[in-house]
Ligand binder design. Sequence first.
Ligand code: ZN
Length: 362
Amino acid sequence: MRQMKKIFTLLLLCSVMFISAQEKSKEDLIDPCLSKKSNEYMDRQQAALLEEVFNVVDENPPAYPPARIRQTALYLMDAITHDKYAAFRTPLQETFHQRIDKAITEIENTKVTEGAKIWKLYNMGFVVRTKSVTVAFDIVRGNSAGSKGFSLPDEYIKRLAKQCDVLFVSHWHDDHQDKDVARIFLDAGKPVVASPQVWKEDPIYSEIIHLDRVPNKVQKLKLKDGKLKLKVVVYPGHQMKKTINNVTLVLTPEGINFAHLGDQINEGDFMVDFDWIDNVAKHFKVDFIMPTVWANDLVRITRGVDPKMVFLGHANELGHPVYDRDPFWGDTVFSEPSLKALLNTDYPVIMMIWGESYLYKK
Ligand SMILES: [Zn+2]
């Protein structure tokens, strides 16, 4: 009996050891549903597909209408980023960092003499430069993806802050605000303008500029140590009912006007924002807008502002669940047929991947 007990205890110990060893090796696997070998394959595949994507888009930069092969590359990017664990794989992390580094180097070396140059960074992060001003919107390091290796180093943000005159933050969600980014901008002497819910309970709040959220009201924002008074309108937008979202229209001294829409979205019985969205074009001539790819009535929003061009953001945000990562191909089940409907209008639409840019001329 004692012998039986001994054997039983030994068996129990072995099985516990086996399970914990198995669990430990599972912890090391990026995708725990796959074996080590399969995970390694997924890494190699990600590297190969990313190389192809960027080879194609570099040869076919953003243009309207886009080259067919460029569209294929964007769809391939959708497939890469819709692996649940995409942001945890080294090739994507390295490529993301390289592309943003390349964009910042470009920003450091670009003088705009005519029109506006638009750089697309992560998610709704955009930098727009005209002859007299450089404006940043919703710059984040990518922390929303939940992967340390994916987030951009602070060094990149410091270089970027040096190049920009102001940072606008549309709303409080993680894929749009990054308090450390704001800190870096403030320390560099660059004003940060945000919607009233952003960092509300934090000491940094007192250092943030909160402009009036009034439709069509032109306000002057002192930039470049007071040498430039930039005209700005902050429309009182929302992401549905509860989230206050600034829709910022910038009126540059060169007469190039552009609006960043943050996550502007109206839904169900909350449609009040269309009172001003429908009428923006009656007050201002807008050159281009930067809305999210998934806004649920992109055509109505675009007609209300009536811009010359549309630059879509927010595709493939890696912090969202897979079904909600909003692909370039325009999922009509989750996001309504909004994107496809916009593509069927005469408005020129540009979709860009991390670090890409476009020179807009009147
Ligand atoms: Zn968002």
